[in-house]
Design a protein around this ligand. Structure first.
Ligand code: BEZ
Length: 264
């Protein structure tokens, strides 16, 4: 796997594991869609702290995990020393031997250069290989984001200074991305998945762990107050029956690199 510069997102891998285990738990459905077979070579793209890669290894797959975050890969290696993990950016992915499948859960929304990523995944697969994944769809976390935007605007951050680090395409947009890369789509759909966040501070923690690019626009000593204010603003719609619910919308797909390249 080729080496790449580290991710611009400064991940707190320990907090991610301790507070956001829901990300791994809810990824179980997309693992089923992968239908991993013992002996298959599988790449977990955006593997985070490595839990899904380890499950694939336990299922008898020959698995490798890549993530652009050095801290995530350091934790994955510490947790699962028998699995091969690499720091690599999907946009520059180059593999030595092709994979039977590339799997990705809750990671592609951090990769806005979607055409480039799809082309690199296509090149990483053997003919007939599959790309199976799930990530945030159009409308994902729209309410959480609106509350955070309002809290930042209230302290004087201009709204125009709030570019999103996230890529949440519609099903039609992502189908076009896959097809431009050469994939044949077997399944692609989108669904709402209201997602509970643990604890009374669950939403503030979600902002702290995942919305660092937005919070960086506030002075360091104002960030805690901004997350608290954003949570207060989101409460009317997202504090439901005594717990925080994140307004997740997922896009799930299974696509194939054709077994033979098109002629001509
Ligand atoms: C998601 O899993 O949908 C997500 C996580 C963090 C930030 C944005 C979206």
């Amino acid at each position: 796997m080729s080496a790449n510069p580290p991710s611009p997102h400064g991940w707190d891998a320990w907090s991610y594991d301790a507070r956001m285990s829901v990300v791994t738990r809810l990824g179980a459905g997309v693992l089923d869609l992968l239908e991993p077979q013992p002996g298959e070579r599988i790449l977990d793209l955006g593997c985070g702290t490595g839990h899904h890669a380890a499950q694939l290894a336990d299922a008898g797959c020959d698995v490798e995990g890549v993530d652009a975050s050095e801290s995530m890969i350091a934790r994955a290696r510490a947790l699962y020393p028998a699995v091969r993990f690499h720091v690599a950016r999907a946009e520059a992915l180059v593999v030595e031997r092709p994979f039977d499948a590339v799997f990705s859960n809750a990671a592609l929304h951090w990769m806005p250069a979607a055409d480039l990523v799809a082309a690199r995944v296509f090149a990483a697969l053997r003919p007939g290989g599959r790309f199976v994944g799930e990530f945030g769809a159009k409308g994902n976390v729209a309410r959480l984001r609106a509350a955070l935007t309002s809290a930042l605007v209230e302290i004087g951050v201009p709204e125009a200074a709030l570019p999103s680090p996230w890529y949440f395409p519609s099903p039609a947009e992502y189908a076009s991305v896959l097809e431009r890369a050469g994939f044949e789509i077997e399944l692609l759909h989108c669904f709402p998945r209201p997602t509970p966040l643990e604890g009374e501070d669950g939403l503030a923690e979600w902002y702290r762990i995942f919305a660092g690019d937005f919070l960086a626009l506030a002075p360091p000593n104002a960030r805690a107050a901004v997350t608290k204010r954003a949570a207060a603003l989101a409460a009317s719609s997202q504090w439901i029956d005594g717990r925080w619910i994140a307004d997740y919308h997922r896009l799930r797909f299974r696509a194939f690199r054709p077994a033979t390249d098109p002629v001509g």
